[in-house]
Design a protein around this ligand. Sequence first.
Ligand SMILES: Nc1ncnc2c1ncn2[C@@H]1O[C@H](COP(=O)(O)OP(=O)(O)OP(=O)(O)O)[C@@H](O)[C@H]1O
Length: 341
Amino acid sequence: MTGEAAPLLELRHVGKSFRLRGALFGPARQLHAVRDVSLQIPRGSITAIVGESGCGKSTLARMLLGLETPSSGEILIDGQPIGALDRRAFATRVQPVFQDPVSSLNPRKTVAQIVRFPLDAHGVKHPAWRAARVREVLELVDLPQRLMHSYPSQLSGGQCQRVAIARALAIGPEAIICDEPTSALDVSVQAHILNLILDLWERTGTAFVLISHDMAVVEIMAQRIAVMYLGRVVEAGETAQVMRDPLHPYTRALLSSVMTPEPEAGLPEPAFSGMAPDPTDPPPGCAFHPRCPRAFELCAVLEPVLGKPAGAVPEGKGRQLACHLHPPPGPEAAQADRGSR
Ligand SMILES: Nc1ncnc2c1ncn2[C@@H]1O[C@H](COP(=O)(O)OP(=O)(O)OP(=O)(O)O)[C@@H](O)[C@H]1O
């Protein structure tokens, strides 16, 4: 058999709901933070997950790290459900880098102790090997060895994030999930950290999942992109293609906020207005329709399904869209497609 290799990480119809306690004597409510997300993270890739604040990016990241359990669906690593794996064994394969480096580092530990922690936790016993690995990863993240015995409070925000990245790298994971790794940092150091991630990706072949709300950052960093809106993926595909030819009005609106107007290019179009809807009470149909400049009747009543976009639009590798403007090909198109092979 010559079956395709399983992706490194895969989400299959993953959902996550939180039960919110109601006001005094009021009913409890369900908040659907992530809804029916299916996504593949290829080995050695940089995959970006983008969307506005509150769209479910961090919840998705926490589920990919095994820190939250999905309410529905499953997450697989190398084709195996992560829920069936030993927690510690899984942590050697997927490591986190969080948004705020200062609060994610233990203030009572030195840099060397922090970076060594995953090695200790995963039973790497030999002291000389551990010390050599700490030196090696500090060099990889470009932190001077003299800082090895410093405490986080003695370092800048950028240096703390380098320590957090070194800690994530120490055990040699296959994937690092970076949740907004630069948004808590000064603008002047953000580019250094993003360049560092790109450099590490090239040198180590580790897959990175980059959670971001910034399309400009994603364009530079990621080969693949998934755009989320109110807990769902609304568009996904190769970054270059999604950027060149965004199909979902929400993706177009996100992009228009980072592009200079070019009248002939057709972009940007008017950005959406208003706030994202309340996730405890999402609108019927497409959740974006109340803000969408191109919504029509169907959008208010029927939720579009994520699938290959139809028609003359270029599909690209793994291009997916949930929008009634480009519905997936119907049975006739599939028939014609089979006939042409
Ligand atoms: N533990 C929780 N209990 C209740 N609601 C939660 C919990 N965690 C997240 N949420 C809610 O789920 C929704 C998605 O939150 P999430 O943090 O995943 O979004 P996000 O896209 O990462 O936003 P941000 O960029 O602001 O972090 C939000 O409405 C948030 O309030």
